[in-house]
Design a protein around this ligand. Structure first.
Ligand code: NI
Length: 145
């Protein structure tokens, strides 16, 4: 068992995956400008990605369990608030918290943050980072700033 004096700030990360369709498009632009700017990502009939979402929370270890949070609980929380809403969906059309917005990875990370932040606090930890890989090579991350 840890003594109180040994309280250490730790970070733990849970990965969840989802598959979804989207389109990069700016409604206030012409079709020509959209196609020129977003290229293949502006395909009128959508395209999809296999997303990898990494959620990092921080806090102090619970002396009784040796955990910061139970990762099974963190997984459930992410699934309920994010994955169940995004997986096998059209991000531009189907998702309540993304409606009428753009769906670049940069925008997705802070929208996901807003859905998770208070929920993580209620688990006794603090949301530290939302990292989202759209492809193996492309990702965006957000720290709540
Ligand atoms: Ni895309």
């Amino acid at each position: 068992m840890l003594k109180k004096m040994e309280r250490r700030l730790v970070y733990v990360t849970r990965r969840e995956r989802f598959n979804a369709a989207h389109k990069l498009w700016n409604d206030s632009w012409s079709e020509e400008k959209n196609l020129e700017t977003f290229g293949k990502c502006a395909n009128p009939n959508w395209h999809g990605h296999n997303y990898n979402l990494f959620v990092t929370v921080k806090g102090y270890i619970n002396n009784d369990t040796g955990y910061l949070v139970d990762l099974k609980d963190l997984s459930k929380l992410i699934r309920k608030n994010i994955i169940d809403k995004l997986d096998h969906k059209n991000l531009n059309l189907d998702v309540d918290f993304l409606k009428n917005g753009m769906t670049s990875t940069e925008i997705l990370v802070f929208k996901i943050w807003d859905e998770l932040s208070e929920e993580v606090t209620s688990m006794g930890a603090q949301l530290h980072k939302v990292l989202l890989f759209e492809t193996e090579n492309n990702s965006a991350e957000f720290y709540g700033e």
